[in-house]
Design a protein around this ligand. Structure first.
Ligand code: NAI
Ligand code: ISE
Length: 341
């Protein structure tokens, strides 16, 4: 039995991330429990619900949100389904943690932004979990002290073991580099104004017709240049690294290994195999922060503005990938509701 004040959460989408968030809420974090799960695949929803005491299974997000036993929503369905689920949550004035991307394109992200603006207050935290990762938090704290001086360059590397079936060249931008877009804006406190996607010869290990790797350049309104190598069939593991070059020094994250062993004339560690392993702590802290803020009646973390700004960069990035060359990023004026993100 949950204690009074426990947040009753509906989880929409019970695939890889949704099922992991259900486990996290039930077994890892405090202050919340899962009371409903939703999936268009009814059998999958039932299987996940069966593992949680008192949890109901649904195929329609709006039906689950109508339950008196739900007071917050975690959206972990695919990006194209997010807008409908977000609008259903707004209709019930429910707080939301929405997995990235907020929505798959700038127009739909702007509709969500307008809908939240018409509520007059923030209801959504967007799931850019790197903002909760210990290493990224340390890097951000150091940059914010100003000791290193002005950031001039940011180098990112983002490697996945292998792309899942059905992966496309555009998904390297929309599903993967979307994280570097968010951390660039967050770490530097600057908006991205232009993007260029370069296409090296694809790896022989990339599925047919998938442009992998890609090399992506951002320019920012503060004059920084940011590069990201995205390689989703690197074949050896999951690796995310970032190095900021500033006027008086550099700072780099992502090389850490939990343990280094020395044996038989060699030393070394292991490489994580996927994001669930690499960012486990970050997901825990992200969901705990959402639960804690929601129970205090507050909303924090990455906002709908952040989701919209990144959606606009993704859209420009996909155009650059398809047509070549630099594509400018155009944003609407930032509303006062999102003055601090
Ligand atoms: N923060 C991160 O590092 C990561 C975030 N994600 C994000 O999490 C979300 C889910 O991704 P995965 O779990 O990897 O996908 P998945 O394909 O494993 O699971 C998605 C689930 O949603 C269900 N679904 C589809 N349409 C639905 C709808 N309209 N309503 C309810 N359920 C629906 C599917 O049947 C499936 O069970 C995506 O937004 C993705 O971008 C995914 C991986 C890592
Ligand atoms: O969000 C994620 C996935 O959707 C995406 O496919 C991966 O490339 C990212 O590393 C992961 O964090």
């Amino acid at each position: 039995m949950a204690s009074p004040g426990t947040l009753k959460v509906a989880v929409v989408g019970t695939g890889k991330m949704g099922a992991d968030h259900v486990r996290r809420i039930q077994e890892v974090i405090s202050g919340a429990r899962v009371t409903a799960v939703v999936d268009v695949d009814a059998e999958r929803a039932k299987a996940v619900a069966a593992r949680v005491d008192g949890c109901t299974a649904h195929t329609d997000p709006a039906e689950a949100m109508a339950s008196a036993d739900v007071d917050a929503v975690l959206i972990a369905s695919p990006g194209p389904a997010h807008e409908a689920a977000l609008l259903a949550a707004f209709a019930r004035d429910l707080p939301v943690l929405c997995e990235k991307p907020l929505t798959p394109d700038a127009a739909s992200a702007l509709r969500v932004l307008q809908a939240e603006l018409s509520l007059g207050r923030r209801r959504v935290q967007v799931g850019f979990m790197r903002r909760y990762d210990t290493e990224y938090v340390k890097l951000k704290s150091l940059l914010d002290t100003g000791q290193l001086g002005r950031p001039l360059l940011l180098h990112n590397r983002h490697r996945n073991l292998a792309s899942p079936p059905g992966w496309t060249s555009e998904m390297l931008i929309n599903d993967s580099v979307v994280h570097e877009m968010d951390v660039t804006r967050w770490l530097l406190g600057q908006e991205i104004t232009g993007i260029t996607v370069l296409r090296p010869t694809p790896s022989a290990n990339a599925p047919d017709a998938v442009q992998d790797p890609q090399f992506v350049l951002f320019e920012t309104d503060g004059g920084a240049i940011v590069d990201t190598e995205i390689f989703v069939n690197c074949g050896f593991g999951y690796q995310v690294q970032a190095e900021v070059v500033c006027e008086r020094g550099t700072a780099r994250i992502g090389d850490g290994h939990a343990m280094v062993t020395t044996m038989a004339g060699r030393w070394g560690g292991t490489v994580a195999q996927d994001f669930v392993e690499r960012f486990a702590d970050a997901y825990d802290r992200e969901v705990q922060a959402w639960v804690d803020a929601t129970r205090r009646g507050e909303v924090g973390g990455p906002s709908v503005w952040d989701g919209y700004a990144v959606a606009a960069v993704c859209e420009a990035g996909v155009r650059s990938l398809r047509e070549g060359g630099r594509v400018a990023v155009e944003l609407v004026e930032r509303p006062a509701l999102y003055a601090v993100s």
